[in-house]
Design a protein around this ligand. Structure first.
Ligand code: TRP
Length: 449
């Protein structure tokens, strides 16, 4: 069985080394494993929640798309698309919004953090909180559930969102699944082996700390950033402590074990920090130069990127469009035409084949049965003293007389002019009983043709 892996990348920034080592590289490696079917997408609807600068959104989408492709993602092997090219996503978001408990969303960390901050500063609790922020987890649930993802690789801050997707999916299954589940329930995957990279100052590399090393912008920018890595003040010749050096941690994230061991040894032997930075630059440049060039080629041909992403969207929609159609059906958003057709089809079929069979009981009384197409007994009449009255009742039923069905436990009875005229069988479940009643109703509908 193939495992479906899905993850989204919010398009608000330019990828840096930390994004690459922590998310992009492991995801590309995972997509190359056998037995996986990967869905990677640009979460540009999510980006709108965090950013109201159109140029930045536009730029970031382009840069992130180019980064993934330059990093080695094969769009023929994975499904790579922009969230905003899949109209089924916002539509599913609405279906899920209608089953998502408000109390669940009240507990989302990102929303709660904004409220807490407002309370601290004496503001209205909801100051600056948009419905986008509030509903962020529902949109994310739609991303995940739309493609029945099994595994969702995310950072720790997103675990809660994946759990909410499970919760919402489960609820939808329960309400509309009728025993067969629509949605697979996703699991968050946290890459324990991927250390979060330290930035220039040793804190986690993050745009919000302004301590990042750019990934693909230019070799010079990368060199400049590396020169700003904070080190201790040990002079060249003095032994360095690799385990307390984030420069070493960065080196380790990109080196083979033997390169790493060699570098460690050199530091212990007193390699100067200036030299050490030069080594780090060479290591990174060696690994990234070719990809960087590819990146710049891609960026310079945005129309080609557009084509790749539109092809990805078309591929994704091959799954999304028919699936959403099923979900719409499930909640009752059905075409009038198809539901009329469906019911007349059933009607014709049932009516054509349902038949009344009269017989004489052992005690000499007269009765009839109504048999469905497959011979299943839909009704057994009560006893009539003579054949004529039995015949009159069955005729009335055939002509669409005003019979009404009364449910009685797991069985039902049929009444004509307030008189009980027949019984249905006993069923094992209310569903089976109701579906027999439905067939009976269809069988008893007067024929138009
Ligand atoms: N919210 C995620 C983040 O900020 C991005 C994202 C959007 C996502 N939709 C997703 C991740 C679906 C995984 C699955 O990192």
């Amino acid at each position: 069985m193939t495992t479906r892996i899905l993850t989204g990348i919010t398009t608000t920034g330019t990828p840096h080394l930390g994004n690459y080592a922590g998310a992009i590289r492991p995801a590309i490696v995972a997509s190359q494993q056998p037995g996986v079917d990967s869905f990677y997408f640009l979460a540009d609807y999510h980006a709108l929640i965090k950013c109201d600068d159109p140029l930045r959104i536009q730029r970031s989408r382009l840069e992130i798309a180019a980064t993934w492709l330059a990093g080695g993602l094969d769009p023929a092997k994975v499904t790579f698309y922009r969230q905003s090219d899949i109209p089924e996503i916002p539509e599913l978001t609405w279906l899920l919004t209608c089953v998502a408990a408000k109390g669940l969303l009240n507990r989302a960390h990102a929303y709660k953090a904004s409220v807490d901050k407002n309370l601290e500063t004496g503001e209205d609790p909801d100051a600056g909180v948009t419905m986008g922020l509030y509903s962020y987890p529902v949109l994310m649930a739609a991303d995940i559930l739309m493609f029945n993802a099994n595994k969702v690789p995310v950072g720790r801050d997103q675990i809660q969102h994946v759990e909410m997707a499970r919760d919402i999916g489960q609820r939808f299954n329960h309400l509309f699944g009728q025993g067969s589940d629509f949605f697979a329930l996703p699991e968050a995957v946290i890459e324990e082996s991927v250390a979060t990279l330290p930035g220039l100052d040793g804190r986690k590399m993050s745009k919000s700390y302004d301590n990042t090393i750019p990934l693909f912008t230019s070799a010079k920018d990368m060199k400049d950033a590396i020169s700003r890595i904070v080190t201790d003040s040990r002079a060249p010749g003095e032994a360095k402590d690799p385990d307390n050096s984030h420069l070493f941690t960065l080196f380790q994230a990109f080196s083979t074990p033997s390169q790493c061991a060699e570098f460690r040894e050199e530091l212990l032997q007193g390699l100067g920090w200036g030299e050490a930075k030069q080594r780090l630059f060479q290591l990174l440049d060696g690994q990234l130069a070719e990809k960087r060039e590819h990146y710049h080629q891609l960026i310079s041909r945005p129309a080609d990127l557009e084509d790749i992403l539109l092809a990805g969207a078309a591929k994704a929609r091959k799954t999304a469009t028919p699936f959403l159609e099923q979900l719409r059906e499930a909640v009752g958003l059905r075409s009038f035409r198809s539901s009329v057709q469906a019911s007349t089809e059933v009607k014709k079929k049932a009516a054509k084949s349902a038949r009344f069979v009269s017989f004489r009981d052992e005690d000499g009384s007269f009765r009839f049965r109504l048999l469905a197409a497959d011979g299943e007994q839909l009704l057994l009449s009560r006893s009539f003293a003579d054949g004529k009255s039995a015949g009159a009742v069955s005729k009335q039923l055939q002509q669409g007389g005003d019979a009404d069905v009364r449910v009685d436990g797991l069985g039902f009875s049929l009444w004509l002019n307030d008189e009980q005229v027949a019984d249905g069988p006993q069923f094992d479940s209310a569903e089976a009983r109701d579906s027999a009643i439905e067939s009976l109703r269809v069988a008893l509908q007067p024929q138009q043709d």
